[in-house]
Write a protein that binds this ligand. Structure first.
Ligand SMILES: Nc1ncnc2c1ncn2[C@@H]1O[C@H](COP(=O)(O)OP(=O)(O)O)[C@@H](O)[C@H]1O
Ligand SMILES: [Mg+2]
Length: 296
């Protein structure tokens, strides 16, 4: 009996020795307790979005556990963490994109200024104009460049005259850094552009309805480094007019573009701090393990 246990233990030890180091580390991190509440600075003085005790479920599986966070006016906040930790789920709960997933339930208090995002009387189409979203894969409509950008303003009746609509389209394309590249082919299909241009077109389409918040879910992960650099530059410029929350799996990108960084781990918000603090002096052991590449 004892021998069996000893043998078993020895086998287990051998197993461990045979596995790559990262796996052992990863397992040891599983013993690290979550903080009782998010460490660092989850709250700010001038919040644009106030999110309290957010819990998100897919049927019986809980993907987000009691997350409380402010998103400040005109700030760029990065959401980082290992794959599957709930970044997209959390982001999608901020403009009720999760409503489109049947089994998904969002609980908690989520406010945009004083507006309760989950007020049953709220017009969700209007909300998604105030809180726009850019996705991982550029998804222009199968329409002309012009019509892609004009789509939202038309839907929301933002321009009565052709002249006004032209102006919105031009301004949005300018802000998205795409105008000079497309001004001579506004009526060609948006899908004919390069990947990076398509993503800037999607950003132009999002900002054409003058959103207050722009959510971006890994907006550069399908792009090459040059197109990525252009989008990152753009994020910096856009933050003058908008509040931006960006999910990224690139820590370098989070460090380059964001003011604050939020670290998620298995559905929990472990730490939120100024981006520099997160990457140079993380307060929690799990954050440190992630940013030093011990798992993820
Ligand atoms: N549409 C869905 N239906 C069921 N479960 C989902 C769905 N989307 C995500 N999940 C689950 O929720 C958890 C968080 O996923 P996600 O938000 O996509 O993480 P991340 O964006 O950090 O990779 C995962 O366990 C994932 O399997
Ligand atoms: Mg995701």
């Amino acid at each position: 009996m004892d021998t069996a246990r000893e043998l078993d233990n020895r086998n287990r030890a051998d197993d461990d020795a045979a596995k790559p180091l990262i796996d052992v580390e990863e397992r040891s991190m599983q013993d690290t307790p979550y903080p009782e509440k998010t460490v660092g600075k989850p709250f700010v003085d001038a919040p644009k979005m106030k999110l309290r005790h957010v819990n998100v479920f897919y049927a019986d599986n809980q993907a987000i556990h009691d997350v409380s966070l402010d998103i400040g006016k005109n700030e760029v906040i990065s959401l980082i963490g290992p794959s599957g930790c709930g970044k997209s789920t959390f982001l999608r709960s901020l403009n009720r994109m999760n409503d489109t997933i049947d089994i998904c339930r969002v609980k908690g208090e989520l406010h945009l200024d004083d507006q309760d995002l989950y007020d049953p009387k709220l017009d969700v189409v209007e909300l998604r104009a105030r809180v726009g979203m850019v996705f991982q894969k550029p998804n222009p409509f199968p329409k002309s460049i012009y019509d892609n950008v004009a789509y939202g303003p038309r839907l929301h009746g933002l321009a009565d005259k052709k002249y006004d609509l032209d102006e919105i389209v031009e301004n949005s394309l300018r802000k998205a850094g795409l105008w000079t590249e497309v001004k001579d082919r506004l009526h060609s299909p948006g899908t004919g552009l390069s990947g990076g241009q398509q993503q800037r077109l999607c950003i132009a389409r999002t900002i054409a309805v003058s959103p207050e918040v722009v959510l971006m879910d890994e907006p550069c992960s399908a792009l090459d480094p040059i197109a990525t650099a252009k989008i990152e530059e753009l994020i910096d410029e856009l933050s003058e007019s908008y509040t931006i929350a960006i999910v990224t799996h690139s820590m370098q990108q989070a460090a380059r573009v964001s003011h604050r960084t939020a670290y998620f781990h298995l559905g929990r918000l472990i730490e939120v701090n100024d981006t520099e603090t997160v990457f140079t002096k993380p307060e929690h052991e799990l954050t440190e393990a992630y940013i030093t590449g011990r798992f993820g």
